[in-house]
Every structure is written in C-alpha cells, then in structure tokens.
Design a binder for this molecule. Structure first.
Ligand SMILES: C[S@@+](CC[C@H](N)C(=O)[O-])C[C@H]1O[C@@H](n2cnc3c(N)ncnc32)[C@H](O)[C@@H]1O
Ligand SMILES: [Zn+2]
Length: 265
C-alpha cells in the first residue's frame, strides 16, 4: 500500500504514468521535474513558504558542503535506526533528503510548503519522492513513518505524531546556543546566545539530545551573504551593522546544531 493520501478525500493515492489519483477520481499531475503538488486551495506555496530567491540561495550554499557535518551526523543516527521509510518534514531544497537517500538504504519522502523548494529538491533526481504540502495537513497515512526528520522548521506535533509508526523516531534539529557565534559577534556589539529549547512533545519521549559543532570558513562575501540570508538576523539588522559583515572577504564561524531524538510511545 502506498503511503500518500489524497489531500481532498484522504483515500490512498496511486501513482500513474503522469499523475497520482485516488479511487474517487481526484487527480494530481506529476510535474516535469518529478514532484507532485498536493496543496489544496488556490494559494501557491511560494506565497507562504520560502520564496524563489531564498530557495536558490539556500541550495547554492548547502551544496558547497558547509553543513556537511550535520548531514553526516543525521545519516549516522538514521542508519542506526534502520528505517524503511523516512519523511523529511519541511525538506526545503532537498539537501538532507538527498544525503539520507544516498547513505541510509531507505525510502525517502520529502515535502515543503514552497513549490520552488520542492522543484529544486526534485531536480536532484536522488531517488527520494518529493511533494508540495502543508505540515498542518500532511497527506501521508496514519502510522506509516519509521523516522521523520525535521530541520530548522516550524513544529506541528499533532501531525508528526499521527504519521509516525508506534516506536517510530522523530529527529529534530535547531540551532544550538553558539550557532554562528562569530557571525553574530561581527554584526552586534553584544551578541546573545540562542536559547536552548527542548520542547516536550505529547506522545513522544525524548531519547537523546546532543550538539554537533564545528568551525567553518566561508571563502567569499557571496557565501557570507548566503548564510546571513538563511538566518532571521538578515531581516532584523540595521544597514550599518549589515555592512560590517558584508565588507568581509572571508569569515570563520562556529556552526552549532542541537539534535534531539524522540521516539513515539
Ligand atoms: C529554514 S527552512 C529549512 C529547510 C530545510 N529543512 C533545511 O534545513 O535546509 C524552513 C522550511 O520550512 C518550510 N515551511 C514553512 N512552513 C511550512 C509549512 N506549514 N508546511 C511545510 N513547510 C513549511 C519553508 O518553505 C522552508 O523551506
Ligand atoms: Zn480523493
């Protein structure tokens, strides 16, 4: 049985040559890049998810390998779990989904609200299945996921719980307290550490939480700007402070990822 559900009537979706359809005749075309848009309603995901510029700049940055330590840590954890099915919730442009597909011998599904993110993810042709959807209403059957991953994205614990198998895992990653410390010290006179958050998730138990940290050196202003644009600071920093960072040709900064592994009770 497939795990994708029709977003309209919630019955099983089956793959045809150029579309997915359900028994009630709801039909969703497969785009030429090989993804399917399962958002209902007229709102384009790009109006609500990340926009085209953010998607392209994120892909260019991640493909240079600056966050490969996180991809490696994630793949190691997933390999230890031996899942059959991994779901990348809010997968963005697919960098981590591709790493998991290449290294972990599992089926991988990824979805995001942004159509451009999913278009770029699908263009990776990495063997993972990508679809556009809202995490508030994930078109995936109840109890069908062995391991869900969730990186730098908003939460919807009710849906995460519903799609997870009993005993299934949820790996959630957010910035650690010292993430991008040297970037922040360049921008601000008094940088603050990120708060350490470990939300309790009803229906899940926290098995383990740890940090994966390292220093990275950004080799040019373009990469510094791309990383800066991936952070909320970009939108809340004065032009004067921005100029301090963007006048640099190189920057060595700490990346600090806080990884939490939950298991469904
Ligand atoms: C900071 S990005 C992280 C992307 C990816 N996980 C990564 O680490 O590269 C957050 C992502 O969440 C997506 N997003 C935001 N709200 C969403 C929702 N309600 N449903 C699905 N995706 C959503 C955005 O479009 C964006 O791609
Ligand atoms: Zn249907």
């Amino acid at each position: 049985m497939g795990i994708l559900l029709c977003p309209v009537c919630k019955s099983e979706l089956n793959r045809n040559t150029r579309s997915f359809s359900c028994e009630k005749g709801h039909c969703f075309d497969i785009a030429k890049e090989n993804y399917v848009n399962l958002l209902t309603g007229s709102k384009s995901g790009d109006l609500t998810g990340d926009n085209k510029d953010m998607a392209r700049s994120r892909k260019a940055f991640l493909d240079k390998g600056y966050f490969s330590s996180l991809a490696d840590a994630l793949c190691k954890e997933i390999s230890d779990i031996h899942p059959t099915t991994v779901l990348d919730i809010c997968c963005g442009e697919g960098y981590y989904a591709e790493a998991v597909k290449s290294n972990c011998n599992t089926e991988v599904y990824g979805f995001d609200l942004s159509k451009e993110m999913i278009r770029l993810a699908a263009k990776r042709r990495c063997g993972a299945e990508f679809f556009v959807a809202n995490m508030a209403n994930i078109p995936i059957a109840d109890g069908s996921i062995d391991c869900a991953i969730h990186l730098f994205a908003p939460f919807c614990e009710k849906e995460f719980l519903r799609v997870s198998k009993e005993g299934g895992y949820l790996i959630s990653v957010c910035p650690g307290t010292k993430h991008l410390w040297e970037m922040k010290a360049t921008l601000y006179e008094k940088p603050y550490e990120n708060e350490k958050v470990s939300p309790t998730l009803p229906g899940f138990s926290l098995c383990r939480a740890f940090n994966a940290s390292q220093y990275i050196t950004l080799e040019n202003t373009q990469d510094i700007e791309a990383l800066f644009k991936m952070t909320p600071y970009y939108y809340h920093t004065s032009e004067n402070d921005k100029a301090k960072l963007l006048s640099l040709g190189t920057l060595t900064t700490r990346v600090d990822f806080y990884i939490r592994i939950y298991r469904k009770d």
